[in-house]
Design a protein around this ligand. Structure first.
Ligand code: IMP
Ligand code: MG
Length: 192
């Protein structure tokens, strides 16, 4: 497939029906995530960390983030999904529990996007009860405009406006996770 280098931000023809625009390109993602890995390396040196990554939206971000972290670490996943297939976060359900013991450990919690904050709030509370030494939170995207819970993220990839975005792991009704960029979903795709 050819892509005009002058139009780096244009949506590939295959996705134009669904995606309105490219918000963050693959190049921008790669560059920023490399920086985030370096920040994390600086802060976690000296102890083996446990990375707790939330399913499923973190798949691509997590892979790119940890390949640049040259520190000993262990990786585990927590499954959490908000009930329903819409764009509003509803009731939270835990679909997979942690297997690693995080007591006394330095934990890096990774999620794709911080939106209302309900998910990370619940997960942080749950992790805290397991007695880690500290928890640092890392998110690729921050949609500050929609926050309802007071949640702090220590590492943030990109601040984004209040658009519903898909790609690079993020979905709408489990679709679009495979797009290599972050794009704005056409509202008619979820308002119909
Ligand atoms: P929160 O609980 O409202 O902060 O929402 C966090 C979760 O909602 C994320 O882990 C995503 O799965 C999902 N989410 C929120 N905003 C978006 C979006 O713009 N695109 C795709 N998923 C989103
Ligand atoms: Mg998610």
């Amino acid at each position: 497939m050819t892509r005009n280098p002058k139009n780096k931000n244009s949506v590939p023809p295959r996705w134009r029906k669904d995606v309105e625009s490219v918000l963050i390109t693959d190049t921008q993602l790669a560059r920023r995530i490399r920086q985030m890995s370096r920040e994390i390396e600086r802060d976690f040196t000296g102890r083996e960390m446990v990375i707790v990554s939330l399913l499923t939206g973190t798949v691509m971000f997590l892979g790119d983030l940890i390949r640049h972290i040259s520190l000993p670490l262990r990786l585990d996943f927590m499954g959490v999904s908000s009930y329903g297939a819409g764009t509003e976060s509803g009731e939270l359900v835990f679909t997979k529990e942690l297997r690693l013991d995080v007591r006394g450990r330095d934990v890096l919690l990774v999620d794709d996007i911080l939106d209302t904050g309900k998910t990370l709030r619940r997960v942080q509370e749950k992790l805290c009860l397991l007695g880690p030494r500290r928890i640092r939170t890392c998110v690729l995207l921050n949609k500050k405009a929609r926050r309802v819970e007071k949640v702090k993220a220590d590492y943030i990839g990109f601040e984004i406006p209040d658009y519903f975005v898909v790609g690079y792991g993020l979905d709408y009704a489990e679709r679009y996770r495979n797009l290599p960029f972050v794009g704005v979903l056409r509202p008619e795709m979820y308002k119909s």
